[in-house]
Design a protein around this ligand. Sequence first.
Ligand code: NCD
Length: 322
Amino acid sequence: MQPITTSFFGQSLISIGQFNSIAPVLDLFSTADKMRTVIEKREIFEPLRGKAVAILFYQPSTRTFTSFHAAATRLGAYVIDIQEMGQYSSAAKGESLEDTMQTIEQTVAADLIILRHPEDYSSQIAADTVSLPIVNAGSGKAEHPTQALLDLYTIYQKFGRIDNLHVAMVGDLKYGRTIKSLAKLLALSGSNNRLTFVAPKELAAPDELLKDLGSNVKITCKEELNGTLAEADVVYMTRVQREWFEKEGKLDRYEQLKNQFILTRHLAGLMPADSIIMHPLPRVGEIMQEVDDDPRAYYFKQMRSGLYVRMALLARILCQEI
Ligand code: NCD
């Protein structure tokens, strides 16, 4: 994996592990701020005119797909998208990921591919196969780097800092990919950040993640949520990922684990007034709808950050200067 330099130009984004420091991320955030102005003022800003972006999704998506699509289109790119690659591409006939990537490079004359795929190493495989930049829009259980970027951007907007924060990550920390990417990004963001991982034993953060995070961040692992709420700046809820239980033939365990942590209005009320509740969404019961009116509920605002950050990322990868 190539380390990411500040320019981003011509580079793939496969994993948060590509960042050696937080500087390129902060730089990207300043471009995201510009994109916010473009959107808010409804300016026409089309630096990607003449460029072709392919969005290829092998797994379901609402937010990631629409925000990438909107980002590329708003910037003036020609966009080709297939949302059900497993069903409507030749993958259904058994074509390999490598051959499909070669095909898209040729048939679309694509300048960039945005890929979501159930295999952990899919984006790396794609980047090794074609000579154009790949943006990982979710790879298996492993990584979701653009989600982490938009999450950190949201945190930065709210607190004005990315250091000295206590972030509680709650739910399915074993199968969920968003928390892995965000935890790595927070570890890079500041040496005074604290992470509290809250999950049932069976869904605890994998050892590999804990090893990756090393001593860059203070980590506590718990099986109980209540005590953490009063101390956290951010409570990052996640759903228990049914699809992986299904794949492993363990749906009965899913049923037993799915309702372990439910954020109610009462529990949200235990959080500090200045804290926020985040969620990559979709939620399937772990945040009650009654919490939506709470000023600490940030999961809908968080989505808009995705548009700005993804616009910034596409523009930076495809344009030498913007
Ligand atoms: C997440 C994903 O796909 O990993 N969704 C998203 O991109 N916002 C989270 C999830 O599916 O639980």
